[in-house]
Design a protein around this ligand. Structure first.
Ligand code: ADP
Ligand code: MG
Length: 464
């Protein structure tokens, strides 16, 4: 299967070009394989979403061509590492998250499945730790979960990744199901919503799709930013949304930005999205992180309640260390904790500050790594297929000027260098040139979502 994947990769590389190949396909590896099913590991959610949307179909086709039978391809978010052999392999320490694509060939029958993506059992109100940064969103979620008629509509939750939006949505769904099993709750990722919609269009099954939506009492759509720029889906979403609201049904939406800041979404949809209650979850505070770690320790203990299991003992110092060092998001925090525990149990040693630092050295080093302008220039040049020398050359052709502006923009965003310092690094340019580049890139990102995604991708790659 690994070889098969390499052949699929090669073919796709020819189709999509080297730069796109490097960004999207190279970091993928085979996690699990059977004769008619393969599971591919993708390093981040962002890449997964992109690959699913742009390449999954083609991957499946090529795979089927090569193997002569249809293959079910699914994707998991699974950080990879380079094995001793030089090959990429899944990093077992990181936890995985699966998304599978329903096979397209057999559409209409399967289209009738419910509007429910599976809910994560662990995502309940009981396991959600409340602190200053998330108490508003939490209170709003509770209100919605406990009310028979919508207290505000829609409830719009937004935050950066890994801060608890999906957790809160699942918690609402669990709560409603438990309290009032007669109410039907639909939970879908925006991606899945789009997929279902497009399929309904293709198979002339729109009636059924709308019927299903109308039969819900509560509709939740997660990560709605992925609907941006799909005009017909947006249109449908807008109508569905209005119809459901008119019928007094509760709608809950999540996104990575506030309604007004969402890009590529029509104005009237934005204003409709923002007309209920908008609640954001702020980045975690040290206290909240510590609280979450303590609760996760309890969770891990209860998961391992085999009588023969050694008690998990984690010194408070270690939790404090983690809460200090891992500040990006809760998912990483939990991942780090689980890694530390798994490691200690595997080699049968106590957890100490030293062992923690050792186990997490790669993660911690990344955080502390200093990003240089040279590194940014190199990555950006590679991405756009231009020479590094062109970053400092006087050439003004668009093909080199635009990447150069992107590099300047990223240098401003990702390093602590001043505008004159950045200018010097780009062939002794003036600080006003850098300022202009930053403005220009921001402007373009506003106007063009593809461009914005591209720049965002570069940023994530550099930050990693
Ligand atoms: P988002 O949807 O905002 O990207 P998730 O809801 O998927 O984030 O949360 C990522 C992980 O962090 C999940 O495992 C979730 O249970 C956990 N998590 C986030 N916030 C909290 C919290 N306040 N208390 C407990 N766990 C949390
Ligand atoms: Mg989420």
């Amino acid at each position: 299967m690994e070889q098969q994947w390499e052949r699929v990769q090669d073919l796709l590389r020819g189709e999509i070009g080297d730069a796109a190949y490097r960004n999207w396909l190279q970091p993928i590896c085979v996690v699990e394989a059977q004769r008619d099913a393969v599971c591919l590991g993708v390093p981040t959610r962002f890449i997964r979403d992109w690959v699913v949307e742009h390449y999954a179909q083609r991957i499946r086709e090529l795979w089927a061509e090569l193997s002569g039978e249809s293959v079910d391809v699914s994707f998991v978010v699974q950080p990879v590492r380079r094995a001793a052999s030089g090959l990429l392999e899944p990093d077992p320490a990181a936890s995985a998250e699966v998304i599978s694509l329903p096979a397209v060939a057999e559409a209409p029958a399967e289209d009738r499945d419910s509007m429910n993506a599976p809910l994560d059992k662990r995502f309940t109100f009981d396991t959600f730790v409340v602190g200053k940064p998330n108490e508003f969103a939490w209170a709003a979620a509770r209100r919605v979960a406990e009310s028979d008629i919508p207290p505000f509509n829609p409830l719009f939750l937004y935050s950066g990744v890994g801060l608890g939006k999906t957790h809160l949505m699942h918690a609402i769904a669990w709560h409603i199901r438990e309290r009032d099993p007669g109410r039907t709750v639909g939970y879908l990722s925006a991606e899945k919503f789009m997929y279902r919609f497009i399929r309904a269009l293709r198979y002339h099954d729109m009636m059924n799709f709308k019927e299903q939506l109308r039969s819900l009492d509560v509709l939740m759509i997660d990560d709605v930013q992925f609907i941006s720029d799909k005009d017909s889906t947006q249109e449908e979403f807008f109508h569905t949304f209005n119809a459901l609201m008119d019928q007094g049904k509760q709608i809950i939406i999540s996104a990575d930005k506030s309604p007004t800041d969402l890009q590529g979404i029509e104005e009237r949809l934005k204003s409709r999205l923002g007309c209920g209650l908008v609640a954001d979850i702020h980045p975690t505070s040290y206290e909240l992180r510590l609280g979450i770690l303590e609760s996760k320790v309890e969770q891990i203990k209860s998961e391992q309640s085999r009588p023969d299991a050694a008690e998990v003992l984690i010194p408070p110092k270690v939790l404090e260390f983690l809460a200090h060092k891992i500040t990006t998001n809760v998912r990483e925090l939990e991942g780090a904790l689980r890694r530390v525990v798994a490691h200690a149990q595997l080699i049968g040693r106590d957890i100490t500050l030293e062992s923690t630092q050792e186990v997490l050295h790669d993660l911690l080093r990344q955080r502390e790594r200093h990003l240089t302008i040279d590194a940014i220039q190199k990555e950006v040049a590679q991405h756009f297929n231009i020479k590094i020398a062109d970053m400092s050359s006087p050439r003004r052709a668009r093909a080199v000027a635009r990447p150069r502006q992107v590099a300047m923009y990223l240098a401003k965003q990702l390093t602590a260098r001043s505008l004159p310092e950045i200018g010097r690094k780009f062939g002794g340019r003036d600080h006003t040139t850098v300022m202009h580049a930053v403005k220009k890139v921001e402007e373009l990102m506003q106007q063009d979502t593809d461009f914005a995604e591209e720049v965002d991708l570069l940023r994530r790659m550099l930050e990693n």
